[in-house]
Design a protein. Sequence first.
Length: 226
Amino acid sequence: MGGRTVTVYASGEEGVPTVYASMYVEAGGEVMARCSELGCPAFNLVSVSGLEWNRDLSPWPADSVMTEDDGFAGGADAYLAFLTDEIVPYAESLLGGGDRIVAGYSMAGLFAIYAPYATDAFSACVSASGSLWYPGFTEFAETHDFRRRPRSVYMSVGTKEHRTPNPVMRRVNDCTARIRDMLVAGGTEAVFELNPGNHFRDGDLRLAKGIAWTLSRRRPHYVEAR
């Protein structure tokens, strides 16, 4: 659809939540397997891959962070409109309606937190190793109103992700903690979990842990970010 790959994993049960996850490469099967290992309640998963990662998931244009070629085009609003106007109706024609959760890893985790500021389509957010260091995003989150305040927000970061010489990305723990504190102060149930390793470790497991918490409301073991 629209040059992206949309994969629907149906639970076979009526009325269960549907998780919409944007992915760098299609890994829905791995995430579903991890969720099964974690004992997740039944849910549907709709994964969207084949994205222009730094364009489709960035909320506004920003300069390069890692290399001269990785500038951010700020196309999240256009992608979000595609998600809500085309992908959601298609998925619900197959699955039926129900609770919708937006989820993602890395830049897609940033997009998951941005989404409720721009749409009322989702009731909860999962941001696994989310790129919440994105220039200006913490300030945006603290000063703008939601279109629909999420009932819950799960955020995680790897324990080694802040150990980088990059001055923008090393702020990830502080930015994530600030957003958690802002959400909790406003009445949203929000957690910030630390997982072992760097940004590229256990992506499917980290995303599954966020989905499991969101579905079950069981609070994960919490370690204060440093």
